[in-house]
Structures are given as structure tokens and as C-alpha cells.
Design a protein around this ligand. Structure first.
Ligand code: NAD
Ligand code: IPM
Ligand code: MN
Length: 366
């Protein structure tokens, strides 16, 4: 047995944070499917669930408990997250502490949001096929307008001032841009597009321009292109086939990734990874807690399943990731879907179909 195989045999430790709303519906289903895939491959994983979310916050004020970050770093390989957000917590305080807190404190600087059209019927665009919509957005995930710098002055006064600072560090900008180029190089994708708003944000995004110009020189085989974010939004709709790798700042990545998700069937299908290479990282669907459908059993579990596939990739189990992706692709093609994708199945039924696919799949797994 070689060393990597030996490492493979040790149990991975996976934390579960279902969170709020449909997060509590889709995470348990994704975990059942993930467990089946793991069992089939003779690997082991231990799952530990945390009840952080609105309910707990309203009960005892807990958001992200002291010591949580150190615990994740020490004891876990990955975190599977559902969603946070609850109308009973209008300040969104718990979400800021838990989700944005983990992204920042675990230094998960890459927010990877792949977009893949699994079946031509799912795109709202005319005359587009699977090959036309296949790209990934790398969203800077620790700074920008999400850094939490700013303040409110004379609150409640007619002369009130609210300031939200856009923090761009050379180190932060460089590492996400470099990650995008490395990703493109490793997969021979041939091109990287950086998007900013440097025509208006002449301090912060001028830094993005300079760093991009520097880093691209190290990757002469990769076509490096730039679009302002407003034009990117238009181009994503006009012709998404021109994109392979997109890298952008925190807020623009948030918005562009919802738009992009819709090109491939919507938020119900979109996964994301909050990644620090080589360290404990957090995987979640792109969607939120969807209070408008929570508790009805109709949420699409596929985004969470595809997020757990990304988790598998991260812990070195990309064959399991491939199996989970194959299951979702098959379910979409067989129309075993929830209503957001035009089907009539419940969350449970879709998950049961995926579970059966995984269980019955020919074991190419070792
Ligand atoms: P949302 O993603 O929760 O919902 C947007 C729309 O998409 C809704 O119509 C919803 O029903 C639909 N939708 C989302 N996921 C779906 C799924 N799996 N299956 C079927 N339909 C799905 O966004 P929102 O309504 O703007 O936000 C609701 C709450 O979630 C807010 O509190 C927000 O802050 C929070 N939120 C959290 C995260 C996160 O935890 N990562 C992400 C986005 C929003
Ligand atoms: C996302 C969400 C979060 C974000 C919210 C809940 C703070 O929209 O993960 O895309 O803006 O990053
Ligand atoms: Mn978002």
C-alpha cells in the first residue's frame, strides 16, 4: 500500500452546519448520499453536527462560539454548510458571525462557484447547449466590501452617515488572481477573465488592474482578458460560451454567481466551495435559506449534493465527487427533479433517486 492510499484509509472528519430554512432540509439529504458514496468506496468519515443558526441564536445568543475556529482547524478536514438567514433575525447578525466569520477567520480566500449546464433544457437562453455554459467564477472571499470596515454616525439623524469601506490588499488580490491562473493552467483551460470596476473605483480596483497585469505575465500560455463588471453581466447573458475562468472581487462575485447560476438552471443546482488550499474548507450550496419555500419539502437538494462533491474533491476523494456529479447529471436528464427545475418531485424523492443511483453505480471505486 503506498503512502497516499494509506492516507486515504484514515477517516476524514466532516463538520455539518445545516443552518436555517432549507439548509436544514437539503444538508441531511446530501449527507445520506455522501455517506453511501463513502461506504461504497471503503473509506471512512466521521460527521459531527453543529446546531448554529437562527433558532440557537434566538434561544441563547450563540452565533459562532469561542474556540470554534481553532476546533475546525485542529479537528476537521471540511465543513458542509446549508444556509443562514431567518426573517426573525432582520439584522442578519448570526449569518454575519457564522458564515462571514468562518470565511474570514479560516482565511477561506477562494470562493469557487462552478457553473455547468447539465441539460440544455435547463437554460433560459435560446439555442444554447451543454458545451456553451461551462465555466467557474473565483470570488475573492475574505475582503472587499465584506471586510466589515466602516461605521454609522449620527444614527437615526437626518444627517446620518453610513460608511462601508472596500478593503483591497495586494496580498489578497494577488492570491485570488494567482489561484485563477493556476487553476486554468492545471486544467489547460487556456483563458482567464478578470472583472472589476476600475473605471469608477480608481483606488481599490486600480490595484486589481496592476496586480492582474503583473500576474498574467507569469502565465504566457493563458489568454488574459478584462471586462468591467457591468459588461460582464451583459456578456454572460449574450454569450456565456466565451468564458472558462472568471476572477473577481467579493461583492461582484456574489452577484455574478447568482446570475450565472440562473443560466444553468438556477440556484437550486449551484454549489460553491470556500477554500483555503490544503486547509479545512467549507462547502455550501450558493442559495440561501429560502424562507419562501422552507418547510414545504420542495427545496432542490442538488446544490447541496454538488457542494458535497466539491468537498470530496477537497479531501482527495475526487472519484467520489465524480460519482455524485454523475448522479445529479443523470437525475436531471431523467427529469427526476424538484419544481424549480420543472419537475414534480419532493426534496426527499429526488434525494432517494440520487441515493439509489449512487448505491447501484458500478463500483469503479477502490
Ligand atoms: P435564496 O437563495 O434563499 O432564495 C432565492 C430564490 O431562489 C427563492 O425564490 C427561493 O425559493 C429559490 N431557491 C433557493 N434555493 C432553492 C432550492 N434549493 N430549491 C428551490 N428553490 C430555491 O435568497 P434570498 O431569498 O435572497 O435570501 C433568503 C435568506 O437567505 C436571507 O436571509 C439571505 O441573507 C440568506 N442567504 C444565505 C446564503 C448562505 O447562507 N450562503 C446565501 C444567500 C442568501
Ligand atoms: C452567498 C450569500 C452571502 C454572501 C450572504 C448570506 C452574506 O449571498 O454566500 O452568496 O453575500 O456572501
Ligand atoms: Mn449570494
Amino acid at each position: 500500500m503506498n503512502a497516499s492510499r494509506a492516507a486515504d484509509r484514515t477517516a476524514k472528519r466532516i463538520a455539518l452546519i445545516p443552518g436555517d430554512g432549507i439548509g436544514m432540509e437539503v444538508v441531511p439529504e446530501a449527507v445520506r448520499i455522501l455517506r453511501a458514496a463513502i461506504a461504497k468506496s471503503n473509506r471512512q468519515a466521521e460527521f459531527v453536527e453543529f446546531d448554529w443558526g437562527a433558532e440557537r441564536f434566538l434561544r441563547d445568543g450563540t452565533t459562532l462560539p469561542a474556540g470554534a475556529v481553532e476546533m475546525f482547524r485542529r479537528d476537521f478536514d471540511a465543513i458542509l454548510f446549508g444556509a443562514v438567514g431567518d426573517p426573525r433575525v432582520p439584522s442578519n447578525r448570526h449569518a454575519a458571525d457564522i458564515l462571514l466569520g468562518l470565511r474570514a477567520k479560516l482565511d477561506l480566500y477562494v470562493n469557487a462557484r462552478p457553473v455547468e449546464l447539465l441539460d440544455a433544457s435547463l437554460t433560459p437562453l435560446r439555442d444554447r447547449s451543454e458545451n456553451d455554459i461551462r465555466f467557474i467564477i473565483f470570488r475573492e472571499n475574505t475582503e472587499g466590501l465584506y471586510a466589515g470596515a466602516g461605521g454609522q454616525f449620527r444614527r437615526g439623524d437626518p444627517d446620518e452617515i453610513a460608511i462601508q469601506e472596500d478593503i483591497n490588499t495586494r496580498r489578497g488580490v494577488e492570491r485570488i488572481i494567482r489561484y485563477a491562473f493556476e487553476y486554468a493552467r492545471a486544467r489547460k483551460l487556456g483563458k482567464v477573465l478578470m472583472s472589476d470596476k476600475s473605471n469608477a473605483l480608481t483606488f481599490g480596483h486600480e490595484l486589481w488592474q496592476r496586480v492582474f497585469a503583473e500576474v498574467r505575465r507569469e502565465y504566457p500560455e493563458i489568454e488574459a482578458r478584462h471586462l468591467y463588471i457591468d459588461t460582464l453581466a451583459a456578456e454572460l447573458v449574450r454569450d456565456p460560451s466565451q468564458f472558462r475562468v472568471i476572477v473577481t472581487c467579493n461583492l461582484f462575485g456574489d452577484i455574478a454567481s447568482d446570475l450565472a447560476a440562473q443560466l444553468a438552471g438556477g440556484l437550486g443546482l449551484a454549489p460553491s466551495g470556500n477554500i483555503h488550499p490544503g486547509q479545512v474548507s467549507l462547502f455550501e450550496p450558493v442559495h440561501g435559506s429560502a424562507p419562501n419555500i422552507a418547510g414545504k419539502g420542495i427545496a432542490n437538494p442538488m446544490g447541496a449534493v454538488l457542494a458535497s462533491a466539491m468537498l470530496c474533491d477537497h479531501v482527495g476523494w475526487s472519484d467520489l465527487g465524480d460519482l455524485l456529479r454523475a448522479a445529479v447529471r443523470a437525475a436531471v436528464r431523467e427529469r427526476q427533479t424538484t419544481r424549480d427545475l420543472g419537475g414534480s418531485r419532493s426534496t426527499r424523492e429526488v434525494a432517494a433517486w440520487l441515493l439509489e443511483y449512487v448505491t447501484k453505480a458500478k463500483a469503479a471505486l477502490t
